[in-house]
Design a binder for this molecule. Sequence first.
Ligand code: G1P
Length: 273
Amino acid sequence: MIRKCLFPAAGYGTRFLPATKAMPKEVMPIVNKPLIEYGVEEAMAAGMNNIGIITGRGKRAIEDHFDTSYELEHQISGTSKESMLDGIRHIINNCCFSYTRQIEMKGLGHAILTGEALIGREPFGVVLADDLCEGEGDPVLAQMAKLYEKHRCSIVAIEEVPMEETNKYGVIAGNEIEEDVFMITNMVEKPDPKDAPSNLAIIGRYILTPDIFDIIRETPPGKGGEIQITDALMEQAKRNMVLAYKFKGRRFDCGSVEGFVEATNYFYEKYKA
Ligand code: G1P
C-alpha cells in the first residue's frame, strides 16, 4: 500500500497573473473548491493519507486551507452553512500534512527531490494539482496504485494529445505490454512535434519508487536549464522498468486559462446537479 503523496506547489503560476500575484495558484477554485483539494481527495481515494506539499514563498494559504479556522467555524457553527465544510473537515481529520519549501525553482525533478525528507525510502504518489483529473470508475491515482501493486515500479499517467502540442509535455515511447500499459523505451521533455517519439503525453500523476531520489541527484539540468523528472525517469527506465499508463477518465489542464474555464463549466454542472 502506498501511503504518501507529494504535491509540488512552489511554482509561480505566471499564466494566471495577476490572480496569482498574492494567491497561490493551487488555491484557485474550480467552482467552490481549491484545485489542490481535488488532488488531495484523489490521493486519499488511492489510500495515500500522508500528504507532503512542496511549497515556496507566498504559499501560506495552502497550509491555512488544510487547517482549522476557529473564528469561521465558531461563526457558522449550527447554521446551514456548516455542511459546506464537511469535505475539508473530512480531509483534515483523515490526512496528515507535512510541508517543506523549495528555496529555488530548479524544475519539477528538483521539487520532487526536495520532498525526499517527507517521503523517505518508500514508494509514493505525485500529483500536479493543475492537472485536474476525473477518473472513470476509480480515480486516476487509485487506478495507478492498483497497477503498482502488480508491477512494483515507477508509473506515469499518459494521454494522447494532438501532435502539435507535444512541446507542452513529457512524451514517451514504449511497448504495450497489456491493454493501456506501456513499458517505456524513450521519454523526452517537451519535444518539438518533429522530434517527438509519439503523441503519448505525461500528465501530472506519477507513482515513483524511492530510488528516483538518487537518480535525480545525478540528473543534470535538461530542457529549459531545469532538472527534469522526465530525464530522471528515463534513466530509471534504463536501469529498471518504468511503465506508462493510459488512464481511464479525463483531464483538465487547469494550468491554462482555457482548461481552467473548461473544468469550471464541467464541475459547475456537477455542482448544480
Ligand atoms: C510537467 C512535466 C511534464 C509533464 C507535465 C504534465 O511540465 O515536466 O513532463 O508532461 O508537467 O502536466 P509543466 O506542465 O510543469 O511545465
